[in-house]
Design a protein around this ligand. Structure first.
Ligand code: ATP
Length: 516
């Protein structure tokens, strides 16, 4: 299936099965804002638990925090967001569509890179076993010419970004003949800066009101509480503070479903370390975070690091973990070595010391910080796009049928087991209800008696339920039931008494955490 089609189907599936709805849908929706439905919220909560436990439960030097969304406006001045949290925007005068100038250029670079990849793949087919990719890349004239284009453009692009040279950004777009994907024309406006923070007013009267911002990241709540936590928790460096919460960004171009939203949720952890040790810790956290993703079993070939060439004003090293979404490799998580930038800024703007007294060294210093920052919604999209499968099944009469199944890791699945009486009589529903009643304290269970058993299985496959329990007439005789496995569709007969143990072992978070 073409990846674009897969993505469209995935979005439709999320809506049809109660995972994600467009926000305010009866009023025609609100751009780039989404609501999570009855299954979506369960999956989201499970993702958050996996992250939270891997940070706070598994590390005795990491603790949690839940800071407010509203914060003192000077925080955003100190952090640099008021002056520098901008995206360069450009409009096409014919289509009236708005773009991020940097994204237009990045997409152009990716297109040239695609040409190289195609050339390499063609050659690989032609030469077969004896193909030497490295040599080919170093000698093929077309590859070399395109690589030169990429290198030249990258140099010019990085310089323009670093110097915030908006005129040059527009010139790059013109010189490279980049067209609007909608109108196909090059009729561009000038590039302007656009601040991504939403603002509102706090206070009852307009004169007395204070302009405040909706936080664009949760990290600053951690920085300003750094000493509160350190002192009250008697934390010793190195230590970390983890937080999950909403963040808001007035994104210029919001698209690709929940990949880029205007209201979203982040899971961030700031790890405070001794100055000079930050790059070692950066390396360590890169490994730890990649392992966390890969433990879900979606295939290591679907992940890669993308090290930043252009570093943010606060960082001395940065990388993204990218996942292969149906629309290509894209960032799900950022890992940044933020130096002492933020704490130093807050010390300067607040006039309060942001230093840590190191008892071992007998001196005070402002710690350096490694940040791991992941979007809950992007992680959700990663999980659901990796889990979505359409399978062709052969029926007994020789015809084929399509089964849509969400192969969610069992711990993440919203419903762990569905309990189904084969028929609605002979005392079978009562047994099924009793099983649900006994197991609902341990797992999210669903009782389902409507439609044929085959259709009920399909319904559960579509929401990703890993186990279906069927009660039939044999149950009346020997207290056994069938357990049907979502992925293999195999069925096994087990006794009712065993159910709790069997399922517990399979769906518990411990299994997942032990892989880390
Ligand atoms: P991008 O380059 O995609 O705009 P970013 O580099 O600005 O992302 P960070 O500021 O590093 O992102 O934020 C950390 C994480 O928060 C990202 O890796 C992503 O998972 C998530 N995130 C950021 N912006 C959004 C958004 N608009 N919608 C959903 N998730 C987001």
């Amino acid at each position: 299936m073409a990846q674009e089609d897969k993505f469209k189907k995935l979005v439709a599936h999320c809506k049809e099965y109660g995972y994600v709805f467009p926000s305010s849908e009866i009023y025609d929706g609100l751009s780039a804002v989404y609501d999570y439905g009855q299954y979506g919220v369960e999956l989201k909560n499970n993702i958050k638990k996996y992250w939270w436990d891997s940070m706070v439960l598994l590390n005795d030097n990491i603790v949690g925090l839940d800071s407010a969304i509203f914060m003192h406006p000077t925080i955003w001045k100190a952090s640099g967001h008021v002056d520098a949290f901008n995206d360069p925007l450009i409009d096409n005068k014919d289509s009236k569509k708005r773009y991020r100038a940097d994204v237009l250029i990045e997409e152009h670079l990716a297109k040239i890179d695609d040409k190289i990849t195609k050339e390499v793949e063609k050659a690989r087919e032609r030469f077969g076993e004896s193909f030497d990719e490295k040599k080919f890349r170093e000698t093929n004239p077309r590859v070399l010419a395109n690589q030169l284009k990429i290198d030249d453009l990258n140099t010019r692009f990085s310089k323009a970004l670093n110097e915030t040279d908006l005129v040059e950004l527009k010139q790059i777009i013109i010189d490279n003949e980049i067209v609007c994907p909608i109108s196909g024309t090059r009729n561009w406006t000038d590039v302007r800066q656009f601040n991504l923070m939403f603002s509102t007013e706090m206070g009852s009267t307009a004169e007395g009101a204070n302009k405040i911002y909706l936080r664009p990241e949760t990290a600053q709540g951690i920085f300003v509480n750094f000493l509160n936590v350190q002192k009250t928790g008697r934390m010793k460096i190195p230590f970390g503070i983890a937080q999950i919460g909403k963040a808001f960004r007035n994104e210029i171009v919001a698209r690709q479903f929940i990949f880029r939203m205007r209201e979203f949720e982040q899971m961030e952890m700031q790890f405070f370390v001794q100055p000079g040790t930050e790059l070692e810790w950066f390396k360590k956290w890169k490994e730890v975070r990649m392992k966390w993703h890969q433990a879900l079993g979606f295939g290591s070939e679907n992940y890669r690091f993308h090290d930043h060439v252009k570093l943010a004003h606060y960082a001395n090293a940065a990388t993204d973990i990218e996942f292969k979404f149906p629309f290509g490799f894209k960032e799900v998580e950022g890992i940044h070595s933020r130096t002492d930038y933020d704490l130093k800024q807050h010390q300067e703007y607040s006039g309060k010391k942001m230093q840590y007294f190191d008892p071992e060294k007998g001196e005070s210093y402002i710690p350096y910080v490694i940040e791991t920052s992941i979007g809950v919604d992007r992680m959700f999209l990663q999980v659901i796009s990796a889990a979505y499968h359409e399978e062709e099944l052969k029926k007994e009469d020789g015809s084929t049928d399509i089964r849509v199944v969400l192969r969610l890791p069992s711990f993440l699945a919203p419903v762990k087991l569905a309990v189904m009486p084969l028929v609605k009589k002979d005392g079978l529903p009562e047994i099924a209800e009793k099983i649900v009643h006994d197991l609902k304290f341990d797992f999210n269970c669903q009782y389902d008696e409507k439609d044929s058993i085959g259709r009920r299985y399909r319904r559960q496959d579509a929401i990703g339920t890993p186990y279906c329990i069927t009660i039939d007439h044999q149950t009346l005789e020997d207290k056994s039931v069938t357990i049907r496995y979502r992925d293999t569709m195999e069925q096994e007969r087990v006794s009712i008494e065993q159910l709790k143990e069997i399922i517990k072992e399979k769906v518990s978070i411990q299994g997942l955490l032990k892989k880390l």
